[in-house]
Design a protein around this ligand. Structure first.
Ligand SMILES: [Zn+2]
Length: 147
């Protein structure tokens, strides 16, 4: 595992000195916080709630800030949690190559036609389980559960 040094983050503003200083935690620091969060919980009902729990866990000596999407990606990568993806169907019928949930390349769900060819029915992510028909399914909420 590659451990990166922590990068301080300074807002680029003329009165930056008066702003509180935030630090961006490394992946390993976030994964350790995720493990602690799920030691006492079986389920976290949203990405926003998970982000808050991770930030609260890390709020010790440092003022850490984490993005919700980053926390979701690391939660999926960690293998610590299962993911329930709530979606709504959109009107969009464009093809899909990258998973909107985890960024993995999606697989096409195909079916044979009576003429011996194949037809694409939708898409499935092999990593996080996201599925979509030809009409794009847009994630609306994530539920994280302990394995
Ligand atoms: Zn995915």
């Amino acid at each position: 595992m590659r451990v990166e040094p922590m990068q301080p983050f300074y807002p680029v503003l003329p009165f930056a000195r008066r702003m509180p200083e935030y630090r961006i935690p490394t992946d390993d620091v976030i994964k350790a916080a995720l493990a602690r969060v799920f030691q006492t919980r079986h389920e976290v009902p949203s990405q926003r709630a998970l982000k808050r729990l991770v930030e609260r866990d890390l709020r010790g000596s440092e003022n850490f800030r984490v993005g919700g999407e980053r926390v979701r990606h690391l939660a999926i990568d960690s293998g610590l949690v299962g993911l329930e993806i709530h979606t709504r169907e959109s009107e969009q019928k464009k093809g899909l190559t990258k998973c909107p949930v985890c960024g993995e390349r999606v697989k096409r769900l195909k079916n044979m036609t009576v003429f011996g060819g194949t037809v694409t029915l939708g898409f499935k992510c092999p990593k996080c389980g996201y599925r979509s028909g030809l009409r794009r399914r847009v994630p609306t909420r994530y539920v994280f559960t302990r394995h």
